[in-house]
Design a binder for this molecule. Sequence first.
Ligand code: ADP
Ligand code: MG
Ligand code: MG
Length: 253
Amino acid sequence: RVILEVQGLRAVVADTRQEILNGVDLVIREGEVHAIMGKNGSGKSTLSKVLVGHPDYEVTGGTAIFKGENLFDKEPEERSHCGLFLSFQSPVEIPGVSNMDFLRMACNARRNARGLEELGPLEFYGFVAEKLTALNMDPRFLDRNVNEGFSGGEKKRNEILQLSVLEADMAILDEIDSGLDIDALRDVANAVVGLKKDNNAILMITHYQRLLDYIMPTYVHIMEAGRIVKTGDMSLAAQLEAGGYNAVQAMKM
Ligand code: ADP
Ligand code: MG
Ligand code: MG
């Protein structure tokens, strides 16, 4: 089953009307992991932000159907209630709010939207404890304030914990590997693998083959000047690593 179908998506920066996306086509089905690679400034982050409804951008053409419904008819909050989540390139700190409370709030908002009963503190603890174990994370994480004083690797892991608690239907991970050392990268990659299910999908943006080697995406796309110009499998990432974008571009002809 198709989870997300994007056709001819065009978007501009709301203030300046500068066009950033100029005809993105992308179909993502349940159980698939898609990777988007591409030079800096090719529009990867803009694509993810436009999909979740970031107010800096305005859609000027094309469609995006998420789980059978028009994404652009929905407010950003409704999109997340429907199960679409973006993990940010630089996660925010929320001083004074414990990770546990934050996660329970987010989890219950999503449960409300799905017509499920809210989880009380104790039930939630049981629920999240399981997720922590699955992600190989320290329970002490929950007592700390959201992202406050977290190392780069901890922040990224915390993002994955959030996605796992929210039971996202589609998670978009924008450079989840940026700034990680080799061990942290492996842990985060394994955590992402732990998120994969038959009935959800992951869209990840990355510059590096290393992350893809762990996660083994179904498809690798290359984005250039606001559109997807090439789609392949893991071998495309290997070609990029070996020859850079120019080599892959030459092959396109
Ligand atoms: P990538 O994630 O592939 O590096 P981005 O989507 O962040 O690329 O940016 C694509 C292009 O759009 C860049 O030239 C960037 O400067 C421009 N851009 C993105 N967002 C904005 C914005 N809010 N205001 C002005 N320019 C923007
Ligand atoms: Mg960038
Ligand atoms: Mg980016």
